[in-house]
Design a protein around this ligand. Structure first.
Ligand code: C5P
Length: 315
């Protein structure tokens, strides 16, 4: 038996939050196929942790902490975290590879930007593992190429999103909000929900959607009643058309005493606004009693993508 000391390869673990959209204003489809957005993003306390370990070749593995996923996470180079790591290395002209491990708590294909969170985490992990010292502007630019929600996952907090969602600007949020997140056994594909939006609204959608000023004021003042009155999501009806059983979740949320109910992004995750942490616990129990299996109370806003752990035996 050899007792020779074998150093572990360097590795970095990064945590990235899920996002919700307090308002998702969608405009008419652009020539490039994307839709112009006016949205308010908020990062919520539900996270994926991504570990990159230096390796000879690329690999990816996933552990699901929230039980059986509603959709499959790709385990090849289609995986957004792997693509993110490769894109950042290419941006710097650096060769390298890593084993990517994703510990998932954000619902897959749930409308909470879990794949985008993984990409954001992989960008920050790659930057640290390979000592790339990427500027914030470059990191945001690479993030935008990976997906509309990736820049916000880097930023966290509460922010306005414009363009196709990739242009982000932090805003004042005085609240300490609590949401109950109700997952679904079904998955919805984001492109499919946007197509349903095109069928329903089509050319009737504005070219430049706008944000309700009352929502921004509710955030500035931290007024939960005002926030409840001004939440909105233009993808709610298109998603309900694809998955009519979502209405039952909305009905259950009202019966459970939620202050307001909102579809998360393109769905099918549903968000229940609560008055505070103890109200969130009551609503969580009431939704579980009504037979909902994936129910979790989360605070918001939370910070963006950040390093959790570094194991660097090279230096
Ligand atoms: O940017 P991301 O890769 O997350 O977008 C996934 C899909 O969602 C796009 O291919 C497009 O079909 C749709 N989408 C859209 N308008 C947006 C964002 C996404 O039509 N603003």
């Amino acid at each position: 038996m050899s007792l020779a000391y074998e150093p572990e390869p360097p590795s970095v673990t990064v945590r990235a939050p899920a996002k919700i959209n307090l308002h998702l204003g969608v405009g008419a489809r652009r020539d490039d196929g994307f839709h112009p957005l006016a949205t308010v993003y908020q990062a919520v306390g539900l996270y994926d942790d991504v570990t990159l370990t230096l390796d000879e070749e690329w690999g990816v593995s996933v552990r699901h902490d929230a039980g059986r996923p509603a959709a499959i996470v790709p385990l090849d180079e289609q995986n957004l975290a792997v693509r993110a790591a490769q894109m950042l290395l290419a941006h710097h002209g650096v060769d390298g590879a890593a084993a990517v491990h994703i510990r998932k708590s954000i619902p897959v294909a749930g409308g909470m930007a879990g794949g985008s969170a993984d990409a954001a985490a992989a960008l920050v992990a790659t930057d640290r593992l390979f000592d790339l010292e990427t500027s914030d502007d470059d990191l945001l630019a690479v993030a935008a190429r990976l997906g509309s929600d990736v820049p916000f996952a880097l930023l966290g907090g509460t922010a306005i999103g414009t363009g196709r969602g990739e242009l982000v600007e932090p805003i004042t949020d005085a609240g300490s909000w609590w949401w109950v997140v109700v997952g679904s056994d079904d998955a919805l594909s984001t492109p499919q929900v946007y197509r349903s939006f095109d069928d329903l609204v089509g050319a009737g959608a504005p070219t430049e959607p706008v944000l309700p000023p009352a929502l921004l004021l509710a955030l500035e003042t931290g007024d939960v009643g005002a926030l409840a009155d001004h939440l909105g999501n233009d993808l709610a009806e298109p998603a309900l058309r694809l998955l009519p059983t979502l209405r039952d979740t909305f009905d259950d949320a009202a019966a459970a005493g939620a202050r307001a109910t909102l579809l998360s992004g393109s769905g099918p995750t549903v968000l229940l606004l609560c008055s505070d942490g103890s109200h969130a616990r009551e609503v969580t129990a009431a939704m579980a009693e009504r037979g909902h299996e994936h129910v979790v109370a989360v605070p918001a806003p939370v910070s963006g993508t950040h390093v959790l752990d570094v194991l660097d035996t090279l230096s």
